[in-house]
Design a protein around this ligand. Structure first.
Ligand SMILES: [Zn+2]
Length: 311
């Protein structure tokens, strides 16, 4: 009898312990883990409000089998608008505030009113200056931006606009998938670490469509290039940091094996971009170089098999 009571007591204790363990596991499972993907807890609550399906009725993009990448001439700055073959679209950076019109003209001219994926590569004004105008003009699906401690007025003002609109920001860092639909993928492949230099914090994107791929470097410099552990072989590269010699190391150029190298740069800019040595290095390794200061907006398209420069 004594043993029976002891057994019941032990079974009861074991049962309670199991229930406690299950409760703990459930609680753990419900924790948001937002810090892996979402930049700011403050903005994360409404992340569902900007679902890409919201814009389905507004999109003009059609599933026409073409990916078209527009390297917009925004003077000294960066902005790329990409029409995806699934009918969606992506905007990477928006140039300086004064050049926002060029960005809007491109997007409006193509008939888009909804941007499915918005990427802010890093907080420098020549990439984010026009971003507030973009946010105030179009509906946005998902927004990606690296987490930095930048404290410029332009950056803080952008964050305020994002907060005002109750938008969420997904932290851009190596390994974050923007889009994954079988033969159409967009992945952020850098920054892998935290860098003191804001250029190296740039979100670097590899966009692949069937047999073709496009690499967008933002202003990433050689340190970040060196740290990228993904396959960077591509057909088209948006050259890092406006063709500056701080980027495009020989080793990295070789790794890309790119056929086309696009440099987004302003005519007669005060930084002396792009570097002639960098241009020569890309050419030496088999890339045709196109510059927005010479060509205006450069447009490249892919049908999944081959890549062509338009116009
Ligand atoms: Zn820049």
């Amino acid at each position: 009898m004594k043993y029976k009571r002891l057994s019941i007591l032990l079974i009861t204790i074991a049962g309670l312990a199991t229930i406690l363990l299950v409760c703990l596991l459930i609680l753990k499972g419900q924790s948001p883990f937002w810090d892996n993907t979402v930049y700011s807890e403050k903005y994360s609550e409404n992340s569902d409000s900007s679902s890409k399906s919201d814009g389905d009725n507004d999109k003009v993009g059609e599933d026409n089998g073409l990916l078209v990448s527009h390297y917009i001439d925004v003077g000294q700055g960066d902005s790329v608008f990409i029409e995806l073959p699934n009918g969606e679209c992506m905007l990477i950076d928006a140039g300086e505030d004064r050049d926002a019109k060029a960005v809007l003209d491109c997007i409006d001219g193509l008939g888009y009113t909804y941007i499915d994926y918005l990427v802010v590569t890093h907080p420098h004004a020549d990439h984010i200056g026009g971003m507030e105008t973009v946010l105030n003009t179009y509906e946005i699906g998902q927004m990606f931006m690296p987490k930095t401690d930048c404290d410029t007025k332009t950056y803080e003002s952008l964050l305020e606009t994002v907060a005002d609109k109750d938008m969420s920001i997904t932290q851009a860092k190596a390994g974050v998938s923007i889009l994954d639909e079988g033969n159409l993928t967009a992945t952020i492949i850098s920054p892998r670490y935290e860098y003191a230099d804001m250029n190296n914090m740039s979100a670097v994107i590899m966009l692949s469509y069937a047999e073709t791929s496009f690499l967008y470097m933002g202003d990433a410099e050689t340190d970040a290039e060196y740290d990228i552990e993904y396959d960077v072989s591509c057909d088209v590269v948006k050259v890092g940091h406006h063709g500056s010699e701080t980027s495009s190391s020989k080793k990295f150029i070789k790794r890309t094996g790119a056929d086309y190298a696009i440099i987004s740069v302003g005519e007669g800019n005060e930084y002396g971009h792009p570097s002639n040595d960098v241009i020569k290095l890309w050419e030496k390794h088999g890339a045709k170089v196109y510059r927005t200061d010479k060509c205006g907006t450069v447009t490249v398209q892919s049908d999944g098999n081959k890549v062509e420069i338009r116009g």
